[in-house]
Design a protein around this ligand. Sequence first.
Ligand code: MN
Length: 363
Amino acid sequence: MVLRVAEQFAESDTGRERVGNEDALIARAPIFAVADGMGGARAGEVASRLAVAAFEAGLPAGEGCEQELAARAREANVRIHELARDDARHAGMGTTLSVALVDERDVVIAHVGDSRVYVLRAGGLARLTEDHSLVGELVRRGQLTEREAAEHPQRSVITRALGPEPVIEVDTLTYPARPGDVFLLCSDGLTSMVGEDALARVLRETATLSEAGRRLIEEANAAGGRDNITVVLFRLEEVATPAAPAAPAPPMGAGPHPRRRRSLLGPSIAAATLAALVAAGGWIASRAVYFVGSNDEGLVTVYRGLPYELGSSILLYESRYISGVPAAGLPPGRRQRLLDHRLRSRDDAAELVRELERGRLEP
Ligand code: MN
């Protein structure tokens, strides 16, 4: 049996709140990719484009596909990392990357970050990727439910991305595909707005992938459209091979049993090593985010990291700047808004506190 792409859809929508679109995609059968960039002043756009561009030249089919995809992702990581390091305009940029390559009988996937790959088979939707996000780790450790994760204020903090580090671990997977399978690659602008039940319903109810894709984007926008929304869909069919009739399909109840492998660095961040990684400063995302709080003396302070403690001794944040402004002196509404521990960029947090200090100096 040989599979090919029978139908496809690919579109990226800015959504309703963002000014620009930092997502990128390619849909050039047999290869499909989605990347969701981050970083100030359009740098995210640069990162996501570099990530998908690594797959534009096509790829050899057959053995070694997972390794080949992972190698390309690692090369893209080096390019993004070096640009971010050498050029101030691109400092701190990064991107997710989810790639799917249709091989003769399999769909080969490489993945970093919190974009996702799903497959719809016989009406059932299965997620094939793990989110490399703070809430994803907490769900896997049993500390959050999927529902709590969807509402969590730090749900957009990712723990693995292309760009921030010189070396990246890439998840890879070979999924034994069947004719009729529909694959969905998407950025979190879709999945943070539209639940998995609704994704499955739209994919089941629509006649074409174009209709399905447009409806998914519509539903994400109707739910708020808070982020860029990227949707890539493709459906597989069997290529007629008269000389070798297809073997009967395995029983339907068998369900997908992907072979899961990881490259380079071994298993993903395990529960037991999470705390150690954080202590060693290995938590990628925590170094790029800031929040405002008050310190032990009650002074408004800018912190770098995440507003969490793991146990009593491991803090996920450090103090970066202590203002001269006592939090208790602020009007209650202002104080609450300022000290809400919302994650901010460094500039955003610094500007807030500078404003506060200027305000105090004015008569
Ligand atoms: Mn996003």
